[in-house]
Design a binder for this molecule. Structure first.
Ligand code: PBG
Length: 330
């Protein structure tokens, strides 16, 4: 008989000390599961700060090598590269140019840290097109799904030739994973993996990234290809399609506002699940912390723990190196 005031079961017994809490915890944020996104810009002499992402820069080739080596030394599990070309055009020609900025940077990083980490590259066109959309446009200004697939296949080959280990298609074109897998396999790159941005929402949380990667759409928005935040059944369908097409890892993005989606995907996916803690998630914490409104380090760890608890095996975060180095295991 449980008498009021004297519960037999006392959950608080397992919360008494830090060592006790650590012993009984299930979710964890492991440095080796964190991936650091890095921006590299063609034709700059010095790293350029990104105003809406305090602490994040657009790297030169040199500063990129140093940042990559530092992150790997800190213990992160991987790096994901985003390139900003000096010249943009309608078809995003720099994206698959063997001398394009990402290819050059991948060769640098292969030599520098290629044996010690996983090198990933975002595979998309928005950083490379003058209109800022993730694909080729029709005369009417719509994104042409199937014409874009050919571009993505070609970018995959350029990145593979430059030494990428994992390509990460983020443009949300239907059939992109299959087109990329076929192209890689037929060119002898069967060993290059695909991390599909499978459930990627049309989100306001990408705002600061579009400064960092200089890729805001010049007209319209991405709502005709990225998912609607209110479409609850879309995520599992996209994940199943991507796995059927050959995705090795599936990703949910953003993370914090989509923890339910991470959990749904983790429940059904037979492959590792990644979650991308995006630019807006980073910037809102940094802004609140800069104002002295909240405890930055605790917020970071609480958010990362929540993403892990929801079921993410891998987390892409701009705090990856810092967390790996120090904040992590308490
Ligand atoms: C598209 C891409 C975007 C992000 C990653 N890949 C931008 C977009 O879809 O508009 C956003 C990442 C972030 O906000 O941190 N290449």
């Amino acid at each position: 008989m449980i008498s009021p005031g004297y519960p037999v079961s006392r959950p608080r017994r397992l919360r008494t000390t830090r060592p006790m809490r650590r012993l009984v915890a299930q979710a964890s944020v492991r440095p080796s599961s964190l991936v650091l996104p890095l921006f590299v810009k063609e034709g700059i002499g010095e790293p350029q700060p990104v105003p809406s992402m305090p602490g994040v820069v657009q790297h030169t080739r040199d500063s990129l090598r140093k940042a990559a080596a530092d992150a790997v030394d800190a213990g992160v599990g991987g790096l994901i590269l985003f390139g900003i070309p000096a010249v943009k055009d309608g078809r995003g020609s720099a994206a698959d140019d063997p001398d394009g900025i990402v290819q050059v940077a991948l060769r640098d990083l292969s030599a520098e840290v290629g044996h010690d980490t996983v090198l990933m590259a975002d595979l998309c066109l928005d950083e490379y097109t003058d209109h800022g959309h993730c694909g080729l446009l029709t005369q009417a200004g719509d994104v042409d799904n199937d014409a874009t697939l050919e571009r993505y296949a070609s970018i995959a080959l350029a990145q593979a030739a430059a030494g990428v280990h994992v390509v990460a298609p983020s443009g949300m074109m239907d059939g992109q994973v299959g087109a990329i897998r076929t192209a890689l396999d037929s060119a002898g790159y069967a060993g290059v993996a695909i991390c599909a941005y499978s459930a990627k929402y049309a989100s306001a949380f990408y705002g600061p990234f579009r400064d960092a990667a200089e890729c805001a759409p010049q007209f319209g928005d991405r709502a005709s290809y990225q998912q609607d935040p209110a479409a609850t059944r879309d995520a599992v369908r996209e994940v199943e399609l991507d796995i059927a097409e050959g995705a090795d890892i599936v990703m949910v993005k953003p993370a914090l506002s989509y923890l339910d989606v991470i959990a749904q995907v983790a429940a059904v996916a037979p492959v590792p699940v990644a979650a991308y803690q995006v630019s807006g998630e980073y910037s809102m914490v940094e802004a609140a912390a800069a104002n002295g409104w909240m405890d930055r380090d605790r917020m970071i760890m609480e958010m990362l723990t929540a993403i892990s608890r929801a079921g993410a095996d891998i987390i892409l975060t701009y705090w990856a190196a810092e967390v790996a180095r120090g904040l992590a295991v308490r």
